[in-house]
Ligand binder design. Structure first.
Ligand code: ADP
Ligand code: MG
Length: 626
């Protein structure tokens, strides 16, 4: 027999998807406050959120007649039709959070729209009471007590109070970072943990990580025809032991996304060791038409219409800033950054006006409060807000779940992306154009058995012999049209893969053959390698293909070529002369000949090969000129 589920049973099941832990309750309630246009949000929890979660905002409020609807499943004021899904700009849009939470807790909403009276409505285990008059400031206060009191099985799965609290704290930190224009107050068990001032990202960073973080990061802001990437990234020497210091917000929504993650990780790859992870707080703003936010009920990932463009954008911006090349100037947020940003982290111009208390980072604020701050402090408890009425659309169709297909990006977005691709190419071309005629360079000797000196008119070039040699070998390995030399293997190497991996490799047989692999199908889902490129002789094939397949997911965005390039770079590095090995004069001259005077070169790891020193710069050092 087939039963229709009664709404209270259905809601309890649905609740499991949206809210499984206190932090997800906090997330939903704070998102609602943000969507309501609040500029001040206070969060209070007790016992890790198990006994109490309370979120108070000064947003638009809920009209009296809408209060009962707030508890109804699929009731939302943010979305009218399925078509609206493709341009979602609010954090919530499913209309299930309040209903789901109310089904598994004792909830009370007190809300007041500007110019109206305040009203409250309680709900216990999904059964709503009557709307009654209340008192309160403009805005909304949602109180959730005894989470999961009526679903003991789920209660059992909660972690300790301390661990639940830690997850809530982490969630609040992300909100402080993602909504730097909103002032947050966060209190756990009666103790204030965070206080942010809503006066910008630098201040938000200082609030969450302590003010000294600002001397270890670059602030970047790159706008590339339709895609904007801004925020903070750690400098090359600033790494973290895990990924918890990485925040990515796509169109304001916190997500973990493989494409962006891979782009950033690859940009840092040559600077960080294994098990070191970059620090970043980055905002990626893309046209809503080309991003699908509806990939998961709790919305932790997004899908892009064109991963490759997103990858290219993020990679090129982050690596330019880290490598410290001249392109970086355009991306760094501060116009007065010196040309070698790598050594001089940009201190954000606005020193945070309020390095708030940062209890987690253990850096208490030691200054006295300014008058303006004191005023803000007071304001916080007396929210003033121009309320805006929001109508519900109770009869909106249920939001479709996972099966949403990406719409074709509209013409404007497409055009922007085409332009973007072209722009990236032009950038690369320009970088190749710093050339000096090698015949005009005179070799003058070396220092420290590493740096070679060449003179040319009023300028001198200092070349890092290892970096230069590495680059030359690398170029040779990569040179288009070079004769590919394969080395047959004594016994062919067999690789067992699953169907998905097989399909992926098969699609890329061409690329692999081009660089010298002899590779083909070997019955079932096995692949046979019978020859390897001589340049890659002796590599561990298991590890090599393991790496290729491990990044298969992100490889939809990255071309296989890029992985191979990495491999080639490390082979080049091993083969190159090291610093400390003395070159003969002839070798030093040969090196510059082979560089063909290209002084803009970088070694395969992104370090510069040559540095230019002007005669006038030396004269300044010796005070011959001022
Ligand atoms: P969604 O956010 O997906 O619309 P929710 O269940 O979270 O669904 O909220 C239902 C509706 O209740 C929202 O669309 C909004 O109109 C109203 N609402 C919830 N919280 C608030 C708030 N803090 N301020 C104003 N309106 C709110
Ligand atoms: Mg919501």
């Amino acid at each position: 027999m087939i039963h229709l589920l009664t709404p209270d049973v259905y809601n309890k099941i649905a609740a499991g998807e949206v809210v499984d832990r206190p932090y997800s309750v906090v997330k939903e309630l704070v998102e609602n406050a943000v969507d309501a246009g609040a500029t001040q949000i206070a969060v209070e929890i007790e016992a890790g959120g198990k006994s109490l979660v309370r979120v108070t905002d000064n947003g638009g409020g809920i009209a009296r007649e809408d209060l009962p609807n707030a508890y109804a499943p699929h009731a939302t004021s943010k979305l009218q039709t399925a078509k609206d899904l493709f341009g979602v700009t609010t954090l919530g849009f499913r209309g299930e959070a309040l209903a789901s939470i109310a089904a598994v807790s004792r909830m009370e909403i007190v809300s007041k729209q500007a110019g109206c009276e305040a009203y409250s409505l309680s709900c216990e285990g999904g059964a709503a009471g009557e709307v009654s008059p209340a008192s309160g400031a403009d805005g909304t206060q949602v109180t959730v007590r005894d989470l999961f009191f009526n679903t003991p099985a789920r209660l059992k799965f909660l972690k300790s109070d301390g661990q639940e609290e830690a997850d809530v704290t982490n969630m609040i930190a992300r909100f402080i970072l993602s909504q730097p224009q909103i002032s947050f107050e966060y209190i756990a068990n009666g103790k204030r943990k965070y206080r942010s001032y809503g006066d910008g990202l630098a201040s938000a960073l200082a609030c969450v990580y302590g003010a000294e973080i600002l001397s270890n990061v670059y602030e970047l802001d790159a706008d590339k025809h339709g895609v904007r990437l801004h925020g903070y990234i750690g400098d090359r020497n600033f790494s973290k032991p895990n990924r918890s210091y990485q925040s990515l917000f796509v169109n304001g929504r916190q997500v973990v996304n493989a494409t962006v993650g891979a782009a950033i990780a690859n940009a840092y790859a040559s600077y960080l060791m294994k098990r070191q992870y970059p620090f970043y707080v980055l905002f990626l703003d893309v046209p809503p038409e080309i991003v699908d936010v509806n990939v998961h009920p709790n919305k932790a990932d997004v899908r892009f219409a064109d991963n490759q463009v997103i990858y290219g954008c993020v990679y090129s911006v982050v690596s330019a800033v880290l490598d410290g090349n001249s392109r970086a100037l355009e991306y760094l947020a501060m116009p007065n950054t010196p040309t070698a940003p790598a050594q001089t982290p940009t201190a954000p111009a606005q020193t945070p006006t309020a390095p708030a208390q940062t209890p987690t980072a253990g850096v208490p604020a030691s200054r006295t409060m300014t008058e303006a701050e004191a005023k803000k402090e007071l304001e916080f408890t007396v929210p003033v807000h121009a309320g805006q009425a929001r109508g519900f659309s109770y009869d909106a169709p249920p939001a479709p779940r996972l099966e949403v297909n990406m719409p074709a990006p509209d013409d404007a977005a497409k055009e922007a992306f085409e332009e973007n691709k072209k722009f990236l190419l032009e950038r690369e071309m320009k970088a190749k154009q710093q050339r000096v005629d090698p015949a005009s360079l005179e070799y003058k000797g070396e220092l420290f058995r590493t740096y070679l000196f060449y003179e040319c008119g009023d300028e001198a070039y200092i070349i890092d012999q290892h970096a230069a040699h590495e680059r030359l070998i690398y170029d040779k390995l990569l040179a288009a049209g070079r004769t590919v030399l394969s080395q047959p293997m004594l016994a062919p190497f067999l690789l067992e893969v699953n169907a998905q991996e097989f399909a992926f490799l098969k699609k890329n047989f061409g690329v692999l053959r081009e660089i010298g692999f002899e590779i083909g199908e070997f019955g079932g889902s096995s692949v046979k390698v019978s020859a390897v490129p001589t340049d890659l002789m002796g590599i561990d094939l298991n590890a090599f293909f393991g790496e290729v397949l491990a990044s298969m997911e992100s490889l939809r965005a990255i071309r296989l070529n890029d992985i191979l390039k990495d491999k080639l770079a490390s082979c080049a590095c091993k083969a190159a002369v090291k610093g400390g090995e003395r070159l003969t004069d002839a070798e030093a001259r040969a090196l510059i000949e082979r560089m063909d005077g290209d002084m803009g070169l970088k070694c395969p790891h992104g370090r510069p090969v040559a540095v230019r020193v002007k005669k006038s710069e030396l004269e300044k050092l010796f005070k011959r000129i001022v």
